[in-house]
Design a protein around this ligand. Structure first.
Ligand SMILES: [Zn+2]
Length: 408
């Protein structure tokens, strides 16, 4: 049995120990022991990593990514990029994501997501454990439908299935399950594409009815998979809460009343702050309080997050990065930096480890705990004190299921 002992400050997914140790079984892919160093049995003849100046954390999880395989932040290019090119461009992006300390991610819709997920599972390519929704779901003329194209062409090319009415949407769920979906992603509001956010008149419209959303949730839960809903604005959030989805994505324009319901129903809240911080258009809205169009984005990073904190929502780290030039995979730690601003460093780490694992339904990941998958990251510095320590340059080594990442 090849064993590795890793020493250093230890954040186990919930708690922090100044001096900790983790024993990794490289062959079995699991954690044999983890905790305060004086309570861990350190087997002799083991390889030793880390030490003082290093921190050990569980592999990070990004709960909201896309592998669009497009260099531009633009709906039309996400839709029109050939599937094979999208997949090929995504392969190095997946490697970067793993190398930067992310051992699991949830693909919220892209043409090749389910294929990438399968290739990683088979060991054909390197990347984090990737849960895929196969195709996302939306309504005809909805947020992800490029309406300048004839409908049949848009549907043919899209990374989404469009459906209207409970039965079409039940069928759409059955189709993504057939395609290998690990969960369902549904667009329940406008407002994801940059065009709509940039417009002078950024009106948020709910999409799909409660009846349609309930059909989706029922069909997904019947086969034991969760539903993640893109929801923005009070009406859309109200609809998805009533329908019983498992996570709210973006969740812009949160109110106290909504937060109380989200908490009561145990729904995860994935605010996807990094996309706003890194996109120059969105970022200028945050920084310029006089900008007319800024209200939504500025409100999201400030008051929405304050409400989320006050109501102790289950905030989960998800960047909404799509592998474009401005949001390349590998800089996904920026979501933790953004969450830390309102919730603190430790809470940001929880949101990307133990809680994110619960959100994704990964029962053996997100914690440094005996018997769990050996998804372990060694960081130079201490992200509990300085969240910027998670920048890629400080990631010393990454184990995924006991296998140490290498560039070979
Ligand atoms: Zn997204």
């Amino acid at each position: 049995m090849n064993l590795v002992i890793i020493k250093g400050g230890l954040f186990d997914g919930k708690d922090y120990f100044e001096k900790g140790a983790v024993v990794v079984d490289e062959d079995g892919g699991t954690i044999l022991e983890a905790g305060a160093e004086n309570e861990v049995d350190l087997p002799p003849n083991s390889r030793i990593l880390g030490g003082s100046g290093y921190t050990i954390i569980p592999g990070l999880i990004d709960a909201h990514v896309h592998f669009f395989g497009s260099r531009a932040f633009d709906l039309m290019s996400w839709v029109t990029v050939p599937e094979s090119l999208a997949v090929l461009r995504s392969v190095p992006q997946l490697t970067s994501l793993l190398k930067s300390g992310f051992t699991a991610a949830r693909d919220m819709g892209s043409k090749g997501g389910s294929f990438l997920s399968a290739a990683i599972r088979e060991g054909a390519i390197k990347g984090p454990t990737l849960l895929s929704c196969a195709r996302s779901l939306g309504q005809t003329g909805g947020d992800d439908d490029p309406t300048t194209l004839p409908l049949h062409i848009a549907q043919e090319l899209s990374y989404s299935y469009f459906g209207d009415g409970p039965w079409e949407l039940r069928k759409a769920v059955r189709k993504v399950v057939r395609d290998g979906a690990d969960f369902v992603k549904v667009y329940a509001a406008t407002g994801s594409t940059v065009g709509s956010v940039e417009s002078k008149d950024f009106r948020i419209r709910p999409q799909l009815t409660v009846e349609e959303l309930k059909a989706i949730v029922d069909e997904a839960h019947k086969v034991g998979i969760k539903v993640a809903a893109h929801a923005i604005g009070e009406e859309s959030m109200g609809n998805v809460i009533e329908a019983g989805v498992d996570s709210i994505e973006h969740g812009m324009a949160l109110t106290s009343e909504m937060a109380a319901q989200i908490k009561k129903k145990g729904i995860f809240y994935v605010p996807t702050l990094a996309i706003f911080v890194t996109n120059p258009t969105f970022a200028s809205m945050i920084d310029d309080p006089s900008a007319k169009d800024s209200v939504f984005v500025r409100r999201h990073v400030n008051s929405d997050m304050k409400i989320a904190k006050e109501y102790e929502l289950d905030v989960v780290s998800g960047t909404d990065f799509g592998g474009t030039d401005e949001q390349p995979h590998g800089k996904n730690y920026l979501e933790l930096v953004a969450i830390a601003k309102s919730m603190g460093n430790k809470e940001a780490l929880v949101s990307a480890t133990s809680r994110a694992a619960r959100c994704l339904g990964l029962t053996n990941a997100g914690q440094l705990k005996k018997g769990f998958d050996a998804d372990v990251v060694v960081v130079k510095g201490n992200p509990v004190r300085d969240i910027e320590a998670l920048a890629p340059a400080n990631i010393v080594t990454v184990f995924k299921k006991g296998k140490q990442f290498s560039d070979d």
